[in-house]
Design a protein around this ligand. Structure first.
Ligand code: HPA
Length: 235
């Protein structure tokens, strides 16, 4: 067991799907996996391991923000021999070119965060997905005729801010949407030479204040989960 995860080493699969919310992890396990076993509940950060079409998959929560996903993904890669983590989250769109339910496969994450610098000496304001999983997701989407957006996003440390509008780092780098975790996930994967990708469903359009209803969120999750799960089947 690691400091924040109490699972036995072999209880976590080499591939982990990582939503932010522990109850979302439970929903995914209950609705998409079979033979499900709860392997961690320290701090209620539920991790489950089960089967998807006879492939072992784990699903567990990252919590919110770079510090939180930084801890969970580091321990999974470093102490549980996890090879690939796919974050499956939601994001706010900075542009009305995006619509609710759109799915983004994150090519790179821009951030004001100093996580990568102070953890590993990795300089710069952006990090790419790591390994072959990003391309595998794009290939699966193409094969299934699913429309997804590939592009840059903003991994922000801030949810509530005094000044509305798109922050300078996002404006300057054409970040289409904002979330709060990918930069730290990609930093850990880069440092530890593992695979990492982020799939995001647009849950709100920031300029117009449009938001998904909670019923909508379930359906939106379904498309994104199927894309992630069908991709990892051959991975
Ligand atoms: N900001 C940051 N993260 C988010 C948002 C947002 O507006 N929506 C969903 N995740």
């Amino acid at each position: 067991m690691s400091i924040h995860i109490s699972a036995a080493k072999g209880d976590i699969a080499p591939i982990v799907l990582m939503p932010g919310d522990p109850l979302r992890a439970k929903y995914i396990a209950d609705n998409f996996l079979t033979d499900v076993k709860l392997v961690n509940s320290v701090r209620n950060a539920f991790y489950f391991t089960g089967q998807y079409k006879n492939k072992a998959i784990s699903v567990g929560a990252s919590g919110m923000g770079c510090p939180s996903i930084g801890i969970y993904s580091y321990e999974l890669y470093n102490e549980y021999d996890v090879e690939c983590i796919i974050r499956v989250g939601t994001c706010g769109a900075y542009t009305t070119d995006l619509r609710l339910f759109d799915i983004i496969n994150v090519e790179r994450a821009f951030s004001e965060s100093t996580y990568a610098l102070h953890a590993f000496g990795i300089e710069g304001d952006h990090l790419y997905h790591e390994g072959k999983i990003y391309k595998a997701i794009n290939d699966t989407a193409a094969k299934k005729g699913m429309h997804i957006i590939k592009g840059a996003i903003h991994s922000s440390d801030i949810f509530y801010r005094a000044k509305p509008g798109t922050p300078p780092i996002a404006e300057k780098n054409n970040c289409v949407a904002v979330e709060m975790e990918s930069f730290a996930l990609f930093a850990n994967a880069k440092y530890l030479q593992k695979s990492a990708a982020t799939l995001l469903t647009v849950s709100d359009i920031i300029p117009t204040h449009e938001q998904m209803s909670s019923a909508d969120r379930e359906k939106a999750l379904k498309d994104m989960m199927e894309l992630a799960l069908e991709t990892v089947l051959d991975f």
